[in-house]
Design a protein. Structure first.
Length: 221
């Protein structure tokens, strides 16, 4: 006569073996192997999930260390003071007169806006106050308005209406500054900070600061 253990071995694995275990009364004897097998599967799955999370974390860190900085590596072909030669105007007693960039400026703030942009109009009082502080403190910072209006007459009317005290890019010479235009995006208003060497140091068009023009403006040291 075969022992329960010998009968058990004839059933192999799976449901038949489990049913045989119940019939032969040997479940207490065989429960440990089944439990260990179940735990091994759980541990294996947990390890795979942890490895997957580690891989994701690795690629996220890799992106911010390598790819993200490259996407921000924007630089103008020339220093702003040289690039903006003969392209600027400034409001003077209601007229837009030609003006030249100051070579002593260390930080250039390019402000992209338009007359039809509601947030641009709402942002104007804050921008005027900040610009006034820069001038009172004699800080080497200059703001340049780059219009996204479709016509020169609309742009000029908007500049007079807002009484902009800073230089503006001449509407008829915007085609001479493709590098400046390439800094902007559709999200208006936009603020882009460029140092005296032409390197973009901050922008409200970058992914992590997208649309946060106030924060970008406040980041100027």
């Amino acid at each position: 006569m075969k022992t329960p253990g010998q009968l058990w071995s004839n059933y192999g694995h799976g449901p038949k073996r489990k049913a045989a275990c119940l019939g032969l009364g040997c479940c207490n004897y065989q429960r440990r192997p089944f439990t260990l097998h179940f735990l091994a599967r759980v541990i294996s799955r947990t390890k795979r999930r942890l490895m997957s999370l580690r891989h994701r974390a690795f690629y996220i860190v890799l992106y911010f260390v390598t790819i993200a900085p490259l996407s921000h590596a924007q630089e103008l072909p020339q220093a702003p003071a040289a690039l903006l030669q003969d392209t600027l105007q400034k409001l003077n007693n209601g007229r837009l007169d030609a003006t030249q960039p100051d070579p002593n400026i260390r930080q250039w703030v390019f402000y992209f806006g338009a007359s039809w942009c509601g947030p641009c109009r709402a942002f104007m009082p804050e921008l005027l106050s900040t610009y006034s502080e820069w001038r009172n403190e004699e800080r080497p910072i200059e703001l340049v308005f780059v219009s996204e209006d479709g016509s020169c007459s609309t742009m000029e009317s908007y500049i007079r209406q807002m009484r902009m005290p800073w230089p503006v890019v001449n509407c008829r010479k915007r085609s001479m500054l493709p590098a400046i235009q390439s800094l902007s995006d559709r999200a208006l208003p936009g603020v882009v900070i460029v140092n005296q060497d032409g390197v973009v140091t901050n922008s409200s068009f970058w992914d992590e600061y997208y649309g946060q023009y106030r924060q970008v403006l406040a980041s100027i040291l």
